[in-house]
Design a protein. Structure first.
Length: 189
């Protein structure tokens, strides 16, 4: 076993848009949404601010810290901005423009793991890994599917992000509606 992502690992997630030029998943600016902590977009750098692009992988099904993450596991992603940037979360509907391309929900961080049932839970699916033993590794490309309402959609980039970031992030009904927007490459932080 080598290079597996384990629970408690701190990671960066690089978006696959335009041959992996979609930016790193990043927390930015306080969010005005009820129950939200920070907005989420992508950034050119995994460390735009201290911890803004760093996410700690936590189990949403009771697996212990140090256990390997398997493709299909249910996880939480905790942002490390300021030591605790909140949990990756769906909150409110995507913009009208985003909805015209299949988008479902806006994405922000929340102080709690599940602001509402399933909003902070993500099922992680690796496209493949080597060896093919079900474990997720650094360098793997994954999809993240939200469990809100049993179908919260796939995490993707969609449209221009807020000032200071690259692309906005939302969820979509389609796992890859265009040019690898829902592909995320994992690296360790």
């Amino acid at each position: 076993m080598a290079n597996e992502i384990t629970y408690g690992t701190r990671i960066h997630l690089l978006n696959g848009y335009k041959s992996f030029n979609g930016g790193y998943l990043d927390s930015i600016n306080p969010s005005p949404l009820v129950g939200a902590k920070y907005g989420v977009a992508t950034s050119d750098s995994p460390d735009r601010g201290i911890g803004t692009g760093t996410w700690e992988v936590q189990s949403a099904s009771g697996k212990a810290v140090g256990q390997p993450v398997e493709s299909g596991d249910l996880i939480y992603l905790r942002n490390l901005y300021g030591g605790d940037g909140g949990y990756l979360d769906t909150n409110n509907h995507a913009s009208t423009l985003q909805q015209s391309a299949g988008a479902k929900y806006d994405v922000s961080t929340s102080q709690t793991k599940d602001r509402a049932p399933g909003t902070g839970r993500w099922r992680i699916f690796a496209q493949t890994s080597s060896p093919q033993d079900r474990y997720v590794r650094a360098g793997d490309v994954v999809h993240l599917w939200n469990t809100y309402g049993d179908n919260g959609g796939f995490l993707e980039t969609n449209n221009v992000g807020p000032a200071g970031d690259k692309y906005d992030v939302c969820t979509n009904a389609y796992y890859n509606r265009a040019d690898h927007v829902a592909d995320w490459r994992i690296s360790t932080a």
